[in-house]
Design a protein around this ligand. Structure first.
Ligand code: CTP
Length: 415
C-alpha cells in the first residue's frame, strides 16, 4: 500500500522513525512528508534513507510533478505522527501552506492523526474543537497516551507506542468497519493476582494478548474503549483508556465503574475464583520447613454479577429478562451486550452452553485449552456461543481475527 507519513514538529518525531520502519518492513511504500520545523528534530537524510525516497517539505520542490496533489491523491493511507496542535489546527481549518497540509487536503483515503503535545495544549478548547472537527469529517484521531512528557511533567500528551499506531493503521488499511462509532466498550484483560503477603501472590498465566487485541480492534472500529488491565506487560493500545488493577476485587470495582454507561463489556481477563482469606502484612516465614495451609475465600463472579444486574434492570423496566436477539441498545440498563470467555478442556460446547446460560451473557467465547493455543501465543481458535443463536467457529488465526468476530457480533446486537 502507498502510505504518506506526515511528521510535524514535536520531540516525538524520533519515534516516527520506528513507525516508518514498521511500515517499510511489512512491504508498504512510504513517502515521508515532514513539516519544515519537524526537520529540526529529525533531519531530511534520515527520512530519505529510511524510506528510500526523496523528502521535501514544501510545494515548490519538483513542481513539474505536482507533488502537493499527487501524493495525497495516490495515497492509500495518510498518517501524521506526531501530530502537533498546530498541524491539527491547520488540518481542521483546511490551511494549505506546505506539502503536508496540501497532501491532507487532497487525500481521499483514510487519515490517521497521532497527536503528541503537552497536556495543556491537548486539553485547550481550541485543540479539543479541532479534534472534534477532524473526527466529524471521518479522520481517526488517536487519543495520546498518558505518561511522562518532555520535561518533568506527566499527563495525557505522549505519542503512543509506534507499534500501537502501526496496528491501528494496519486495521484501518484492512478496511475494518467503523461499526462501533459512538459506542463505549469495556474490555478486561490479563490475569488477577491475589496477594498472600507483600511479596507473594496466587496468579495465572494469562498474558493479556487477547484482551489487548480486543481493545485495539474496538478502537479501530470506532469505539471509546476502557481497558481494565490486570498485570499485563504489553504496551498500551493506542486510543484506549487503560485502568490498571491487580486483584479480582480491584478488577470488579474498575469494570463495574466503567460499565455503568457502557454499551458492551467483554470479560477477557482470567479472574481468580478464590483469594487468600487473609493478606499478611509481613512476609510469611518458613516454620521449620513445614508448609502453612492457605485458607481461601470465594471471589465475586464479575461476569455473573453484570448479567444479574442487567437482568434485574430489564425486569424492572418490564422488558424481556433473557438475553437474546432482543438485547438491543437502550433496553434496560447498560451494558447492553455482555461477553464472557471460558477455557474448557472437556465437553467444550456443552460446558460452554451451560456457562453462557448460568452467567447470563449474550456471547461466550469458548477456548479449548491445550494444543499450544490460547495462553501467551499470538494465535487463537475458538467457538463463539451466541445466546439465542447459532455458534460461530473462528479458525486458528491472529487474536485480532477472533476479536473482530466478537465485535461484529456485538455490533449486530447493538443495532
Ligand atoms: N469471571 C469473572 N469473575 C470471576 C471468575 C471469572 O468475571 N470471579 C469471568 C471471566 O472473565 C471469564 C469467565 O468469567 O469471562 C470465565 O469463567 P470461568 O472462570 O471459566 O467460569 P467458572 O464459572 O469459574 O467455571 P468453571 O466451573 O469452569 O471454573
Amino acid at each position: 500500500m502507498r502510505v504518506v507519513l506526515g511528521v510535524s514538529a514535536g520531540i516525538a518525531a524520533y519515534k516516527a522513525c520506528e513507525l516508518l520502519r514498521l511500515f517499510t518492513e511489512s512491504g508498504h511504500e512510504v513517502r515521508v512528508v515532514p513539516t519544515r520545523d519537524a526537520l529540526r528534530f529529525v533531519g531530511e537524510p534520515t527520512w530519505a534513507a529510511l524510506s528510500g525516497h526523496p523528502v521535501t517539505v514544501d510545494v515548490w520542490d519538483g513542481v513539474h510533478e505536482v507533488p502537493h496533489v499527487r501524493l495525497g491523491q495516490q495515497a492509500d493511507l495518510v498518517v501524521v505522527a506526531p501530530a502537533t496542535a498546530d498541524v491539527l489546527a491547520k488540518a481542521a481549518h483546511g490551511l494549505a501552506g506546505d506539502l503536508l497540509t496540501t497532501t491532507l487536503l487532497t487525500a481521499r483515503c483514510p487519515v490517521v492523526f497521532a497527536p503528541a503535545m503537552h497536556t495543556e495544549m491537548w486539553e485547550h478548547p481550541a485543540t479539543v474543537a479541532n479534534v472534534a472537527t477532524l473526527r466529524e469529517r471521518g479522520s481517526i484521531v488517536i487519543d495520546p497516551a498518558v505518561g511522562r512528557l518532555t520535561g518533568v511533567d506527566t499527563g495525557p500528551g505522549r505519542l503512543p507506542d509506534p507499534a500501537e499506531i502501526f496496528e491501528i493503521c494496519r486495521t484501518v488499511m484492512a478496511g475494518r468497519p467503523r461499526d462501533l462509532e459512538g459506542r463505549k466498550v469495556v474490555v478486561s484483560a490479563g490475569g488477577t493476582r491475589e496477594a498472600l503477603d507483600p511479596v507473594r501472590f496466587l496468579g495465572n498465566r494469562s498474558s493479556g494478548l487477547q484482551g489487548y487485541a480486543l481493545a485495539r480492534t474496538a478502537v479501530a472500529r470506532g469505539a471509546e474503549v476502557t481497558l481494565v488491565a490486570a498485570n499485563v506487560s504489553l504496551p498500551d493500545p493506542a486510543g484506549a483508556k487503560v485502568v490498571r488493577v491487580e486483584s479480582a476485587l480491584e478488577l470488579r470495582e474498575a469494570v463495574l465503574t466503567a460499565s455503568a454507561d457502557a454499551d458492551a463489556v467483554v470479560m477477557a481477563a482470567a479472574v481468580a475464583d478464590f483469594r487468600p482469606a487473609v493478606r499478611r502484612e509481613s512476609k510469611i516465614k518458613k516454620r521449620d520447613g513445614e508448609p502453612e495451609p492457605i485458607e481461601l475465600v470465594k471471589n465475586p463472579d464479575i461476569l455473573a454479577e453484570l448479567g444479574e444486574r442487567r437482568r434485574a434492570a430489564r425486569q424492572a423496566a418490564g422488558v424481556g429478562s433473557v438475553p437474546g436477539p432482543g438485547a438491543s441498545s437502550g433496553v434496560g440498563a447498560p451494558p447492553y451486550v455482555i461477553v464472557g470467555f471460558a477455557a474448557e478442556t472437556d465437553d467444550v460446547l456443552a460446558n460452554g452452553q451451560a456457562k453462557l446460560a448460568r452467567k447470563g451473557c449474550d456471547l461466550l467465547v469458548v477456548n479449548q485449552v491445550g494444543e499450544g493455543l490460547a495462553f501467551g501465543t499470538p494465535d487463537n481458535a475458538a467457538t463463539v456461543l451466541v445466546a439465542g443463536g447459532s455458534p460461530v467457529e473462528v479458525p486458528r488465526g491472529p487474536k485480532e481475527d477472533l476479536a473482530d468476530t466478537v465485535w461484529g457480533l456485538v455490533a449486530a446486537r447493538l443495532v
